[in-house]
Design a protein around this ligand. Structure first.
Ligand code: HEC
Length: 165
């Protein structure tokens, strides 16, 4: 995207007077995109510092699972999919159970959130013929859905056993 920017600016700049209005808005958009790119670059550069400052675990570490994902699952899923409960054939309280999935097979495709049944179900975007929204009675917050999605996308890393379980 950043590579296209100079081209956009140049072509807008040399456009004829009759399309001045359009080229002005084009320039504005180009300027906005540049601001966005700068912001994004700043965010990327900034990340190592803020991560170190808050000691926030990266999404591909078991700590991310234990600190960010597990509390969501415990509060919203474990009473049906944890410990002795495995509704739908799915037991979420061990890595083995999570990766085995449920009656319909795997529910997580590590590294591919979009292909993961579990993600579709917590977004309440399950198969039309069998939607199974999870949890069945409410919906996780957007933040919670984002955390679980980030975790799956980063490889669904979790400890083999959970000390708290
Ligand atoms: C009130 C009980 C209950 C809660 C809470 C619950 N589930 Fe379920 N879950 C079920 C039942 C029952 C099924 C089987 C539904 C069916 O087959 O139609 C199921 C099925 C699933 C499946 C599909 C398994 C398969 O192979 O078909 C996934 C994935 C799933 N749940 C994930 C979750 C997640 C993630 C949470 C928490 C965010 C959650 N569930 C919370 C009862 C629950």
């Amino acid at each position: 995207m950043s590579q296209n920017l100079p081209a956009t600016v140049t072509s807008s700049t040399f456009r004829s007077a009759s399309s001045l209005k359009r080229s002005t808005s084009g320039l504005k958009i180009a300027a906005l995109s540049m601001a966005a790119v700068t912001l994004a670059a700043t965010a990327v550069l900034w990340q190592p510092t803020s991560v170190a400052a808050q000691a926030a675990p990266a999404a591909n570490t078991p700590e991310f699972y234990t600190q960010r994902v597990l509390p969501i699952f415990k509060d919203n899923c474990y009473h049906c999919h944890g410990g002795m409960f495995h509704r739908g054939g799915l037991s979420m309280s061990s890595r083995e159970g999570m990766m085995k999935g449920g009656h319909d097979g795997a529910v997580i495709v590590p590294g591919n959130a979009e292909q993961s049944l579990l993600i579709k179900l917590i977004r309440h975007e399950g198969p039309v013929d069998d939607p199974m929204p999870m949890p069945p009675k409410h919906k996780l917050s957007d933040d919670e859905i984002a955390i679980v999605t980030q975790w799956v996308q980063a490889g669904a890393v979790m400890p083999a056993s959970q000390p708290s379980e």
